[in-house]
Design a protein around this ligand. Structure first.
Ligand code: PLP
Length: 412
């Protein structure tokens, strides 16, 4: 829609983020680590504070007014997530602690029910550890095989390798939509179609997609989609697992406890609540869920496509500026990549560069970014990663450029 790709008023947006207006080591903060965690607008901070100050009680448990208010706000947030993801039904939205928690939930429930000795799971070389280790744990326990689709040198997915993996008839394909290290945006829709053609279920790791892309799980037709609140301008400790109703209903619960039961009897055993509550044992992160709902509304109000276009322009400007630096090597140059720029500079270590950037007020991520198999593949110790959000500016790109040049002078 035309209004959504209008340019952002970044100065006005920045005024909504109190944390950005501070100095670090005597320099104005330049926050370029939003792929690790995004900063929070006042709307989100206020939503969480307002809930805690005025409405808090436990949810789904009380007849008293505060409990009903808390429950209404909590369930309203679930509908906000449903609308953000375009899920068909609100029951398909399950609160988790984040992406990692969501993937572990799928591994421990769907995985332990449907995967048996000799079965295969297909992942890719560019996965975050969160989408590798839960499958390795399950594979070790169950005798499963984990196949890996490889990438091209520019960091794009190698579809021949994906096809090779699919030819081995995996029961599950679990892949990232957007790579946190490379910025590569995978064709999730093509992946889902290809996997469904061979009867596999598909989990999409949406941790880096939800903050930067319009996501439509109904159109994607994926079986599972996971993301984290803290990367979408919301709080930490809250995230979402989307699952198709029929898939979720066919899964046993994972954690047991209050809230997830229909009836508990010491004589007759326990029956479980319907989805989504079956997967939500214990008191949830109520204020986090409510503030996440606000964060997603905030993103939609700003315009998800506008945010993405702005971030991509910042990443392109960063590539252009840094490419003049001798010894610069970009890791991840796939066409159509998201707002992430990863690089190494010959003769310097990413950690040293990162520390010298911090001394100049520039916050970047250094290291393996929880993608060690990917970083090993490139034969490097790690990268320096600048990642962008709605609130970053072209002046900050210029500051990053100057700071990298200065750091290199100091290191050489
Ligand atoms: N998957 C991807 C692609 C990520 O970028 C991240 C976090 O960086 C995760 C999974 C894990 O997210 P969380 O630590 O919020 O569970």
């Amino acid at each position: 829609m035309a209004h959504e790709i209008s340019p952002l008023n970044v100065e006005a947006l920045r005024a909504e983020f109190p944390i950005l207006h501070q100095q670090v080591h005597g320099k104005p903060l330049v926050y370029l680590d939003s792929a690790a965690s995004a900063q929070k607008p006042l709307a989100v901070i206020n939503a969480q504070a307002d809930y805690l100050r005025n409405h808090h009680a436990n949810v789904h448990r009380g007849v008293h007014t505060l409990s009903q208010r808390a429950t209404d706000a909590f369930e309203h947030a679930r509908r906000q997530v449903q609308s953000f993801l375009n899920a068909r039904e609100v029951e398909e939205i399950i609160w988790t602690q984040g992406t990692t928690d969501g993937i572990n939930l799928v591994a421990q429930t769907w995985g332990r029910t449907h995967l048996h000795a000799g079965d295969r799971i297909l992942i890719s070389r560019m996965e975050h550890h969160a989408n590798i280790v839960p499958w390795q744990l399950l594979a070790a326990e169950r005798g499963l095989h984990l196949d890996v689709a490889e990438i091209h040198e520019d960091g794009s997915l190698n579809w021949d390798s994906v096809q090779d993996g699919l030819n081995r008839s995996p029961k599950l394909v679990a892949m990232t939509y957007v790579s946190n290290t490379l910025g590569t945006v995978n064709d999730a829709s093509r992946l889902v179609k290809a996997a469904h053609n061979i009867g596999a279920r598909v989990l999409i790791d949406g941790a880096q997609a939800a903050p930067h892309k319009r996501v439509d799980v109904a159109a994607l037709d994926c079986d599972f989609f996971v993301f984290s609140g803290h990367k979408t301008y919301g709080p930490t400790g809250i995230g979402v697992l989307y699952g198709k109703r029929e898939v979720l209903e066919d899964m046993p619960p994972w954690r047991g406890g209050g809230e997830m039961i229909a009836e508990v009897s010491l004589e007759r055993g326990t029956t479980f609540a319907p989805i989504p509550f079956k997967f939500e044992a214990g008191t949830p992160h109520i204020s986090g869920a409510i503030a996440l709902g606000t964060a997603l509304d905030w993103m939609q109000g700003v315009g998800v496509e506008s945010i993405a276009a702005h971030e991509e322009a910042l990443a392109a400007a960063t590539h252009e500026a840094l490419s003049t630096i001798p010894g610069m090597r970009f890791i991840g140059t796939a066409p159509g990549k998201a707002g992430v720029v990863s690089f190494v500079v010959e003769g310097t270590h990413p950690y040293d560069l990162g520390s010298l950037l911090d001394a100049q007020g520039v916050a970047v991520r250094t290291g393996q970014h929880c993608t060690q198999p990917l970083v090993d593949h490139f034969g490097i110790p790690g990268t320096v990663r600048a990642s962008f959000a709605a609130y970053n500016t072209f002046e900050e790109v210029a500051t990053l450029h100057r700071a990298v040049e200065r750091a290199i002078t100091l290191l050489k």
